[in-house]
Write a protein that binds this ligand. Structure first.
Ligand code: NAD
Ligand code: GLY
Length: 375
């Protein structure tokens, strides 16, 4: 039947349903929130090949007819051109205010379809059916929608909550291991922010989660979604606590920008490195015991996730990375905003991190390892 959680946002509240083989029963769940009997399913070529027909059949069983729109996979799809073409295609089919948008895919499809839903006919209802681990624990929940601009990632978007999130853990079996591992970073993020007990659980069960064992995956997704739902319910538009969800992300976004948002460094891999750097910065500022940084690094290594930018490439331009931090919307003078930590489960937002301290940290961490001349 699936486990149910609620994101409490008054009249915009919605359920997150997590469980196995939910796609086959999607018609039942979607019918409970659909205002009409027409849907547009937005997906990408990879996910469409695997799951589109199953979803269309499940909706049809409950009398919901659907128009599929299949887009190319990858981050490049989150752009103006694809958003325009998607919306023009929807409009050609004469939607009415009861037409439902269904996002079937990873964070790229969820962010793009959610953005389109938020502006089509001044707002159509939409449902998230996330198919990557990252999307199931993070991007499908909380209503942040976006496309990228040539000025940067996620700069054009809206806060627009879905009517339902359906996280079918069974579809993760077809996810490449590297993508599952990248999604695991966001699971770990919730433990590192404020749930040391969850970190202990992950230390014991990470292998099962990464191997795709349904029980462990379901539990990890539920704990993650519960954490995110609580934060979003308290601070939907990121005026305070929601910023904690950006733990590791300031570093991650700079590293991703430098590597071109592609296969060289996946978002979740960048987040793993970013979280390690956030711990290292906190240690440097005498806020956090070094042993906590080492515990996190050991865990990442056990999982097979990187904890240093040097795992990705040997040469980084420190000033280019600093430039990305300086462009951050939250910059105040010579200080930067980072999510820092006092230890595992003890993250907090700091608005007064000196740029020079961050520069020194990067110089130290990005120096290529010395040649072993003894060899
Ligand atoms: P993605 O959507 O690009 O999916 C990764 C790859 O996996 C793609 O090639 C996709 O086709 C494939 N795939 C998806 N599901 C599959 C399945 N079940 N089986 C086989 N292949 C499958 O990437 P992602 O990591 O899911 O999402 C990254 C995006 O999410 C970024 O654009 C990021 O900005 C965004 N994001 C948004 C939020 C938010 O709050 N809105 C939060 C975090 C990340
Ligand atoms: N992924 C960060 C947020 O949803 O706020």
């Amino acid at each position: 039947m699936g486990e149910r959680l609620r994101v409490e946002l008054g009249s915009r509240s919605y359920e997150i349903i997590v469980g196995e083989r939910l796609l086959a029963r999607a018609g039942t769940y979607v019918a409970q929130v659909a205002r009409g009997n027409r849907a547009v399913i937005v997906t990408d070529e990879n996910v469409g090949t695997l799951y589109l027909h199953r979803l269309m059949g499940a909706l049809e069983e409950k009398g919901i007819g659907s128009l599929p729109i299949v887009l190319p996979p990858g981050e490049q799809t989150k752009c103006f051109a694809q958003a325009e073409s998607l919306m023009e295609t929807v409009l050609e089919h004469k939607p009415d205010r009861d037409t439902l948008i269904v996002a079937l895919g990873g964070g790229v499809i969820g962010d793009l379809a959610g953005f389109a839903a938020s502006i089509l006919l001044r707002g159509l209802d939409y449902v998230q059916i996330p198919t990557t681990l990252l999307a199931q624990v993070d991007s499908s929940v909380g209503g942040k929608t976006a496309i990228n601009s040539r000025h940067g990632k996620n700069l054009i978007g809206s806060f627009y909550q879905p009517r339902l999130v359906l996280a079918d853990v069974s579809v993760l079996s077809s996810l490449p291991r590297r993508e599952r591992l990248a999604g695991y970073s966001e699971v770990l993020k919730y433990a590192l922010i404020d749930d040391a007990g969850f970190f202990d659980w992950l230390q014991e069960h990470a292998a099962e989660v990464l191997e795709g064992k349904a029980g462990a995956l379901t539990r990890a997704i539920l704990v993650s979604c519960r954490a995110k739902a609580a934060i979003v319910a308290e601070d939907e538009r990121e005026s305070g606590k929601r910023a904690l969800l950006n733990f590791g992300h300031t570093f991650a976004h700079a590293l991703e920008a430098e590597t071109g948002y592609g296969d060289a460094l996946l978002h979740g891999e960048a987040v793993a490195i970013g979280m390690s750097l956030a711990f290292a910065l906190s240690v440097r500022m005498n806020l956090c015991p070094e042993e906590e940084l080492l515990r996190v690094m050991r865990h990442l290594a056990q999982c097979g996730l990187p904890s240093s930018p040097l795992a990705v490439r040997a040469n980084w331009d420190v000033e280019a990375l600093m430039e990305h931090f300086s462009r951050d919307k939250k910059v105040r003078g010579e200080s930067l905003t980072f999510v820092l930590t006092r230890g595992i489960g003890k993250a907090f937002v700091a608005h007064d991190v000196e740029k020079e301290l961050v520069r020194q940290l990067l110089i130290e961490h990005l120096r290529p390892a010395p040649l072993d001349i003894a060899k």
